[in-house]
Structures are given as structure tokens and as C-alpha cells.
Ligand binder design. Structure first.
Ligand code: RIB
Ligand code: CA
Length: 308
């Protein structure tokens, strides 16, 4: 059984990625750690707990983490995913209890306890991971692989012309993670645009699966659908976190290239940009795997299999 930890700012695409992981029988998910991002922390925690219950996966602990980025105020994406993050369709998203313990403490403890074995999937801003690294830098050498939804492999962003939301929301945290030397496979928003858009035909295929999980996966995307129509003039929605989860579940479905990557921090025009430095112009030795191609067929096979 592969050992996973999933870090998430649980909103409507994260929830589908969690379903994929919860329903994957060859995964031992040691923890879900929650971070503020798409929605405020407590909302993200409730969304993760609701999704866990939907999948009857209550044996998997969920821990709350950072309520804001390291150095800046929290700027959410509630305009993208809804005030509650799950499309504001009136789901009962309150009153559930997270497990005792802070996400950062749990990350450090589990990574040491299972040195060399843990595959970390990050679906939100990297605030929790950065604080864990600041507390104990040695964990960077003990993580087997980090599969990250974040950044852009072609310098085209979503939240700004050149920055992807997870990096943009906490660029200082991202810099700490990229500088740590941890083995990273970065699945950028460019890969999402190429492989993770779902039009009305795809959506009907998903609904035709007919399960509660499939209906949930579609019904929580209404706000995202309207946002995507505005941003890309496309009638449907994108699922970047599920694409990253598919790569984590079956790394063979992804072709990546090893490149040095720089993160732009601060508040200038470049905030949150991930520079793919193919010529190592900036002199960085450590390279990360940047996802270039993902098998859409394999992605759909894993996704639809989880919804069934
Ligand atoms: O830019 C897309 C990413 O930001 C996804 O993880 C989405 O859930 C939001 O967190
Ligand atoms: Ca996310």
C-alpha cells in the first residue's frame, strides 16, 4: 500500500480529488491536512469532512492547519468556487469535528515515522508545507515524492496573467518548498488547460454514472462553471486538483521534464509566477519534474472509476 498525505484547501475541485484518493484501494492515506486558500480554513475543514463522510472514509484523519499565508492576508477564491467552496448549493457543511492535532505537527511526525515512504499530494497554497519545512528542514529528504497542483509550465496563469492561484496565494511559502530540495512533480495550470476541462458532454457522461458521488462531483461545480465561462468562454468546468491526483495515483500517465524552477515572491506584477528555467540561467542546481503531458484517457479512467 502506498502511503499518502493529502494537503488541501478543500473547494469544489479538491473535493473530487479527495474522492479519487478515498476510493483508491491501493492507497493508505495517513492524513488529510487542510490549509486556507480557496475558502477560509474552517470552511475547507468542513468541506473535507463532508467529502470524507460521503465516501465513508471516516478512518482517515483530517487535521486543520494554517488559517492564512505566511506573510500576507488570506485572499480566497470564493468568487470561483462559491462562498462555501462547494458551489453554494445548500449542502450541510457544518458541525463536523476535525481530528485533534495541528496539520504541521502531523506532517512532521508522519514524515519522520515513515521516512522515505510518504507521497505528499498538495492541492492548495503551500503554507502548511512551508511551516513544516521551517520547523524541520530534514523532512525534505524523507518525503518520497511530492505531487503538486501548482504553478504553470508555460508561464500562463489563471489568477493573474502569469500566476496560478496556489502559488500566488502564498508565494513565500512556495519559495520555501521549491528551495527545500524535496522531490516535486509539478502539475501546472497549463496541464489543467490541456487535459482537465469538462464540457457539457463530459458532464452528462459523469452524471450518467448515477452514483451520489458522481452527482455531488458535478453539482458542486456551478460557481466554477460560471467563472470558467467568463475566463475562458468555455461552457463547463476544469478539475486541476483531480488531474494532479490522477498523476499521483498513476505517475506513469504523465510525461514530465526536469527543470529548475524559480518562484517570484513579493507584491509586484510577477507575484506567484513560476519561472521554468530550462537553461538554469539563475544557477539553481535542483530540478523538479514539470508535467508536460498527461494521458486524458487514463485520467478519466481513474476519475470515473472513483465516481462509480
Ligand atoms: O489554480 C487552481 C488551484 O487553486 C486548485 O487547487 C484550486 O482548487 C485552487 O486551490
Ligand atoms: Ca485546491
Amino acid at each position: 500500500m502506498r502511503k499518502f498525505i493529502i494537503d488541501s484547501d478543500t473547494a469544489s475541485d479538491d473535493a473530487v480529488a479527495l474522492i479519487m484518493a478515498f476510493m483508491q484501494k491501493d492507497l493508505d492515506i495517513l492524513a488529510v491536512t487542510v490549509v486556507a486558500g480557496n475558502v477560509p480554513l474552517e470552511m475547507a475543514v468542513q468541506n473535507a469532512l463532508y467529502t470524507r463522510e460521503l465516501c465513508q472514509a471516516e478512518s482517515i484523519p483530517v487535521y486543520a492547519g494554517l488559517a492564512k499565508p505566511l506573510l500576507r492576508k488570506l485572499e480566497t477564491a470564493q468568487d470561483v468556487h462559491g462562498k462555501d467552496g462547494l458551489g453554494d448549493i445548500g449542502l450541510p457543511l457544518s458541525g463536523r469535528e476535525a481530528d485533534d492535532g495541528h496539520a504541521v505537527d502531523v506532517l512532521i511526525d508522519l514524515i519522520h515515522r515513515h521516512a522515505g515512504e510518504i507521497e505528499l499530494v498538495t492541492l492548495g497554497p503551500l503554507s502548511n508545507i512551508a511551516v513544516a519545512l521551517l520547523r524541520d528542514p530534514s523532512i525534505a529528504n524523507e518525503i518520497k515524492q511530492c505531487y503538486m497542483m501548482g504553478g504553470s509550465g508555460n508561464h500562463i496563469g489563471n489568477v493573474s496573467p502569469i500566476a496560478e492561484f496556489n502559488i500566488w496565494a502564498d508565494p513565500e511559502a512556495a519559495r520555501i518548498v521549491f528551495d527545500s530540495g524535496m522531490p516535486i512533480t509539478m502539475v501546472g495550470i497549463d496541464a489543467n488547460v490541456r487535459y482537465a476541462f469538462f464540457d457539457q458532454v463530459d458532464i452528462q457522461d459523469m452524471l450518467a454514472i448515477g452514483t451520489e458521488r458522481a452527482t455531488f462531483a458535478v453539482n458542486i461545480q456551478g460557481t466554477l462553471n460560471r467563472y470558467i465561462q467568463g475566463l475562458y468562454d468555455f461552457d463547463g468546468f476544469d478539475l486541476p486538483d483531480p488531474l494532479t491526483m490522477a498523476v499521483a495515483i498513476d505517475p506513469g500517465c504523465c510525461r514530465s521534464e526536469a527543470h529548475a524552477v524559480e518562484v517570484i515572491t513579493g507584491d509586484g506584477l510577477g507575484r506567484g509566477m513560476t519561472i521554468i528555467d530550462k537553461k538554469q540561467y539563475y544557477g539553481r542546481e535542483h530540478k523538479i519534474n514539470v508535467a508536460m503531458e498527461v494521458s486524458r484517457a487514463r485520467f478519466l479512467e481513474i476519475l470515473y472509476g472513483a465516481l462509480r
